[in-house]
Write a protein that binds this ligand. Structure first.
Ligand SMILES: NC(=O)c1ccc[n+]([C@@H]2O[C@H](COP(=O)([O-])OP(=O)(O)OC[C@H]3O[C@@H](n4cnc5c(N)ncnc54)[C@H](OP(=O)(O)O)[C@@H]3O)[C@@H](O)[C@H]2O)c1
Length: 283
């Protein structure tokens, strides 16, 4: 087989994942080949990651041992249609598409195929996140019906190169998507508002950005390095009638805890809807 790892969809997440596996020395650039409709994206992958590229999904699928599907959920059916006829026997497919079940991919690739090789297609699903770009990602994985423990471990190895890895049953994937997949945006959104407040109070934007960003990083490191609960950690910096207390009181009085929980649940709901739309495209 020409390539150890093939990529379908040379977008942002693919870039983060490939950057991680190359940095970790898991594969050499010449062992990786990416496909994408955009010449610009392929050029970027060739120039910055030094990997092989090809505009033809079928070529990449036919020539790799493991295939990483990195297209948007709405693009997955087209991509699967394009790779299906050329899938080699024994290929492992890893999908990072939000809301797309392993069963959907297995059924799609099996339907209409006369080839034995695609009848028991091994699929692992993963929900990574963009902090993989800086080697600080979080990725949750689950296997489909036919993926083996070795397949799951192989997939985990790819994501471990730039993320912490968690194995979950597929039923938990919508929740994972809502917490860690979409999560970076929630923190950016919070920092965005903190920066706005900083500017309103007379700081310049760069100062406010550094103050908020470094605080987010420090808080996360304290949280992950501590045995204490997140509530205990929060209480330690919330003296009664102090400044933090004033802010937390205001957030609680304005339903921020409820709004946050509902917002995260909305992301999980959207993940379920995406899966439904794929199974019933007229919805
Ligand atoms: N971004 C996140 O934070 C995040 C986190 C976890 C999981 N994910 C999942 O990761 C996947 C990729 O997300 P992303 O943010 O990396 O998206 P993205 O940057 O849009 O990357 C997708 C790439 O695939 C290309 N593409 C479209 N149709 C294709 C086809 N048939 N064959 C090959 N390539 C095709 C797109 O080209 P065009 O732009 O020309 O369409 C684009 O370059 C999604 O399924 C998403 O659910 C994303």
């Amino acid at each position: 087989m020409k390539f150890e790892l093939g990529i379908i969809g040379a977008g942002n997440m693919a870039q983060a994942i490939i950057h991680g596996v190359l940095q970790a020395g898991l594969y050499q650039p010449q062992q990786v080949c990416a496909a994408d409709p955009s010449d610009q994206r392929l050029e970027l992958f060739r120039n910055t990651l030094k990997v092989q590229t090809n505009p033809d999904n079928a070529y990449v699928a036919a020539n790799c041992k493991t295939l990483l599907l990195c297209v948007k959920p709405q693009q997955i059916a087209d991509a699967l249609q394009q790779i299906q006829p050329s899938l080699p026997a024994g290929i492992l497919i890893i999908s990072i598409a939000a809301g797309i079940s392993t069963g959907f991919i297995e059924d799609f690739l099996t339907a209409g195929s006369s080839k034995k090789s695609t009848q028991r297609v091994r699929v692992v699903r993963c929900m990574p996140n963009t902090p993989m770009l800086v080697g600080m990602g979080m990725a949750a994985l689950c296997s489909g019906h036919y993926a083996t423990d070795d397949d799951l471990e192989q997939a985990a190895g790819i994501f471990r190169s730039a993320a912490k890895v968690m194995i979950v049953p597929e039923s938990k994937m919508d929740a994972v998507t809502a917490i860690s997949g979409s999560g970076p945006a929630y923190f950016f959104f919070l920092v965005e508002q903190m920066v706005k407040a900083g500017v309103l109070m007379g700081l310049d934007r760069e100062q406010a950005r550094l103050l908020a960003g470094q605080t987010a990083l420090g808080a996360a490191q304290m949280l992950l390095g501590s045995e204490q609960t997140v509530v205990e950690l929060r209480r330690q910096v919330t003296s009664p009638r102090g400044t933090t207390h004033a802010a937390i009181n205001y957030l609680e009085a304005n339903n921020w805890p409820i709004i946050t929980v509902e917002a995260v649940r909305a992301a999980a709901k959207r993940s379920r809807e995406l899966a439904c739309q794929m199974n019933n495209p007229t919805n």
